[in-house]
Unconditional design. Structure first.
Length: 219
């Protein structure tokens, strides 16, 4: 399950900052996603609280974690109870707190299914979309959209989005994987246009005494 959470972290950016590499073929979905995109493009930075619920339908097990996402252009940082991920747009650091270990890798935006550096280019190839309808959830009107990847080799076969009709923001997203592990992401808090220094998105070994560094960029 811990591995599933690690793999799923990059998808959090998709949830908070809009849809990446999407092509909306449904007219209604196209209009909704266009408005969502325009809304997020007004933000220079984002800080969002979120929860991840991972449900394994095969083992009937479930795990939930809360975290915080910081986003500024191509840079992002994700804090969880057991790990932290830093990315300055070129390098990614994944720090495991219990092991006091950090893994360093090169960040290749084009190699990622979810690309944080291109969060607003939502009409690029990647998905077909379908408008499902509206529902009232906790007093809010929610617009529901289903996304299907055009590349059938992807590990997931469907993504479900819940969008707040009033604010034009993504509230929830469920990623349905072929292996029976479904992940639901929910935004619990949202702030925009906060001041964030570039150093905030880089891992500093001086702040983690005794940290074990595994530099995979040299391989």
């Amino acid at each position: 399950m811990k591995k599933n959470i690690t793999i799923a972290l990059s998808v959090v950016v998709l949830l908070v900052a809009g849809m990446n590499r999407l092509i909306a073929q449904d007219a209604t979905a196209n209009k909704i996603l266009g408005t969502v995109s325009a809304t997020y493009q007004t933000y220079k930075s984002i800080k969002a609280g979120f929860s991840i619920t991972i449900n394994n339908t095969q083992t009937k097990s479930k795990i939930k974690q809360n975290g915080t996402l910081y986003l500024k252009g191509k840079k992002f940082r994700i804090n969880l109870s057991d790990q932290e991920i830093y990315c300055d747009g070129k390098t990614m650091w994944t720090y495991f707190k219990e092991e006091n270990e950090v893994q360093i890798t090169k960040y290749d935006a084009n190699a990622q299914d979810i690309n944080p550096s291109e969060i607003f280019t939502i009409y690029q190839k990647g998905f077909t979309s379908k408008y499902v309808g509206e529902a009232i959830v906790s007093g809010k009107t929610i617009q529901k959209i289903e996304l299907t990847p055009t590349n059938k080799s992807k590990p997931y076969f469907k993504v479900k989005l819940d969008i707040d009709k009033a604010s034009h923001k993504v509230n929830n997203m469920t990623v349905m994987n072929k292996n029976g592990v479904n992940a639901t992401y929910s935004v619990t808090s949202f702030q925009s246009n906060l001041t964030m220094n570039d150093t905030f998105f880089k891992f500093d070994e001086k702040n983690k005494p005794g940290v074990v560094v595994i530099d995979l960029t040299k391989n």
